[in-house]
Design a protein around this ligand. Structure first.
Ligand code: HEC
Length: 129
């Protein structure tokens, strides 16, 4: 039974974007960042560097990133969803874009603790600080 509920939980998270918005617990925020880290390694690191330091694509993590130019996280999301990954633009699920950006913002200290990155929260997350 325990295994079954774990499996259901994984499935529910995978389909999360289609579920009605529920109050977000801090645990979900941690999980989103962890999921984003795995997506980053798989889909972004070849061009942006394993630690986001930049390679053929610009730096996304650390002192040299230029994410402040987007102003808020919703603008960064719209840009990223349309053109990234540059070799397969727009080909990821919306929840995957949110997760990978949550990871990138978290690593830059731009994601307020306990915050899940999504439609409702992104406009309030300032990148220019
Ligand atoms: C095939 C190479 C490639 C892959 C894979 C890739 N990118 Fe990029 N990315 C680029 C290049 C090149 C640019 C610069 C585009 C430009 O300036 O027009 C860029 C720009 C960006 C920017 C804008 C940065 C800035 O300083 O304005 C973001 C954000 C971004 N990528 C996120 C991602 C994310 C997230 C992933 C993984 C889901 C990803 N990229 C995967 C090549 C890539």
């Amino acid at each position: 039974m325990r295994q079954l509920s774990t499996a259901l939980c994984v499935v529910a998270f995978g389909l999360g974007s289609g579920l009605p918005a529920a109050p977000i617990a801090a645990q979900d925020a941690d999980r989103q960042v962890a999921q984003g880290k795995a997506i980053y390694a798989r889909r972004c690191a070849t061009c942006h560097g394993a630690g986001g330091e930049g390679k053929m694509g610009p730096s996304l993590i650390g002192a040299k990133h230029h994410l402040s130019g987007y102003g808020t996280a919703d603008v960064l999301f719209d840009y990223t969803r349309q053109v990234m990954p540059a070799d397969r633009p727009g080909r990821m699920l919306e929840v995957e874009y949110w997760a990978v950006l949550a990871y990138i913002l978290h690593e830059n200290g731009l994601l307020p603790p306990g915050t899940t990155l999504q439609d409702a929260t992104a406009p309030q997350i300032a990148l220019d600080r």
